[in-house]
Write a protein that binds this ligand. Structure first.
Ligand code: HEC
Length: 172
């Protein structure tokens, strides 16, 4: 009687052990398969990035502020601005370019710079009158002195500088 029960217990126990071993084996096998799968996936990933690297375009778009720009050679550096050109003429330059046309040859009765005597009474009129005659022009006894020598686009300062240059030549 007891022997039979023992036998039954043993059978049941072995069945449980068998099931347990089966489950463990199954888990191990599954783990193996999954592991293999993951490994294959990693390999595939490496191959893919190798392809991406090979077919990568030569150029790359980088926006201002992109850290990759710092490493790139600065081919597009902005050129320094050109030096400012002085647009105002000095008194001497203006005399040579404009006033001399009449005052160096005596055109239209213009007093020559070499003729010191003719400048004496003119200088005696005072700087105020001379400035007015040069800037606004006037009709004198010798001829017509056009306003600013005919170049009304010039500034008063430029014309007065030329006048000063002339007066410097004729003043004793
Ligand atoms: C188109 C010819 C002409 C040009 C150009 C000319 N002048 Fe004259 N200028 C005259 C004549 C003519 C007189 C003398 C007018 C008179 O007194 O009858 C004169 C007189 C003057 C006088 C004496 C004014 C006075 O009250 O006696 C000054 C100063 C003078 N010019 C300065 C200049 C300066 C500065 C320039 C250049 C910016 C210039 N002129 C360009 C024709 C010219």
């Amino acid at each position: 009687m007891t022997e039979k029960r023992d036998q039954q217990f043993f059978d049941g126990f072995m069945l449980l052990v068998g099931i347990f071993v089966g489950i463990v084996a199954g888990i191990l096998l599954l783990g193996d398969l999954v592991g293999e799968g993951l490994g294959a996936q990693a390999e595939e990933g490496a191959a893919q990035s190798a392809i991406v690297e090979r077919i990568r375009p030569i150029g790359e778009v980088a926006l201002i502020g992109d850290p990759t720009l710092a490493a790139a050679p600065s081919g597009g550096a902005t050129a320094p601005p050109p030096a400012a050109v002085s647009s105002t003429l000095s008194g001497t330059e203006l005399y040579d370019q404009l006033c001399a046309l009449c005052h160096a040859a005596g055109v239209g009765g213009a007093p020559l710079l070499t003729d010191l005597a003719s400048w004496q009474p003119r200088i005696e009129q005072g700087a105020e009158v001379l400035r007015d005659h040069v800037i606004n022009g006037y009709q004198g006894s010798a001829g017509v002195m056009p306003a600013k020598g005919g170049r009304t686009d010039l500034s008063d300062a430029e014309v007065l500088a030329a006048m000063q240059y002339m007066l410097d030549q004729v003043s004793p």
